[in-house]
Design a protein around this ligand. Structure first.
Ligand SMILES: Nc1nc2c(ncn2[C@@H]2O[C@H](COP(=O)(O)OP(=O)(O)OP(=O)(O)O)[C@@H](O)[C@H]2O)c(=O)[nH]1
Ligand SMILES: *[C@@H]1O[C@H](CO)[C@@H](O)[C@H](O)[C@H]1NC(C)=O
Ligand SMILES: *[C@@H]1O[C@H](CO)[C@@H](O)[C@H](O)[C@H]1NC(C)=O
Ligand SMILES: [Mg+2]
Length: 245
């Protein structure tokens, strides 16, 4: 399906940043392999582990043995240096002309990837963003507090930034590689604000954005960590973006 000459040349590099994802990694990789295999697109999976104390890297090495070192690339770093720089680090090693960014904790289901790819081709979009706030999109497993925070953050950002995309803080996205490179160069924020800045800068640079509704599922394994500090730094980051764009 959909494997014309153009599609055959395209390659999708999936960046999987991990920190303590030992329980989640085997399943996410298996699902990625399954959906790529079924849809016939060329791909590689780049795992960027930041010295997880739970042995995530050892699990990744096992997976590399199972699926092959042309499909699973390991680009670990010594210690936890943060998500933003993990993407940059992974991107440098990506050989695809498209890059897919997603979480490794099963919050983002690989079944949506073929939809991202088809959407991208449909409008030759520069980036395709997964959205929890349109169509069949949604969130599962969050308590009311977290839903309200997320909605509130998104609403406030929509009002202040008018970014032309419905989900600003989501991190399940597909980029043309050169577009990702040019955006990353310009983005200075950290944490959730980083994802938002990427979309805002994309709009400034007149990049085209496609959207695919996704269901986001809260992590089952591992620690969740949204606290007061994250909220404060999000609001600070949002206001900084508002002031500087
Ligand atoms: N390499 C690397 N990966 C990270 C780092 N921090 C988080 N990650 C990974 O980035 C992805 C998203 O982080 P999460 O901790 O799930 O962030 P979140 O979804 O906002 O929050 P919860 O799932 O509720 O904890 C996951 O795959 C993490 O393992 C980091 O410092 N370095
Ligand atoms: C991938 O697909 C091929 C044929 O389409 C099949 O033979 C193979 O078993 C599949 N591999 C996986 C891991 O699903
Ligand atoms: C984006 O498009 C607008 C309107 O067409 C134009 O004024 C602006 O210069 C463009 N920006 C860039 C970076 O190309
Ligand atoms: Mg998560």
């Amino acid at each position: 399906q959909n494997v014309g000459p153009r599609a055959r040349r395209d390659k999708y590099s999936v960046l999987l940043p991990t920190y303590n994802e030992r329980e989640n990694l085997p399943l996410i990789v298996w699902l990625l392999v399954k959906y790529f295999n079924e849809s016939g697109y060329n791909y590689e999976i780049i795992i960027i582990d930041d010295g997880s104390p739970d042995g995530t890297l050892e699990v990744a090495e096992q997976l590399q043995k199972i699926y092959g070192s042309n499909k699973i690339l390991l680009r670990p770093r010594e210690k936890k240096l943060g998500l933003g720089t993990a993407y940059i680090h992974g991107m440098k090693h990506a050989s695809g002309n498209f890059v897919i960014i997603m979480d490794a904790d099963l919050s983002h289901h690989p079944k949506f990837i073929p939809e991202f790819i088809e959407k991208q081709k449909e409008g030759d979009y520069d980036l395709v963003s997964g959205t929890r706030y349109r169509g069949n999109g949604g969130v599962y497993g969050w308590d009311l507090r977290r839903k309200l925070i997320s909605r509130g953050a998104n609403f406030l950002s929509q009002v202040l930034l008018r970014p032309g995309a419905s989900d600003l803080t989501g991190s399940f996205r597909l980029y043309k590689k050169h577009v990702l490179e040019s955006l990353v160069e310009r983005c200075v924020s950290k944490g959730y604000v980083f994802q938002m800045e990427m979309i805002v800068r994309a709009r400034q640079l007149n990049y085209t954005v496609g959207e695919v509704p996704i269901s986001f599922v809260d992590r089952v394994y591992g620690e969740s960590k949204l606290g007061g500090n994250e909220i404060v730094s999000f609001v600070k980051g949002l206001l900084t973006l508002f002031a500087t764009t």
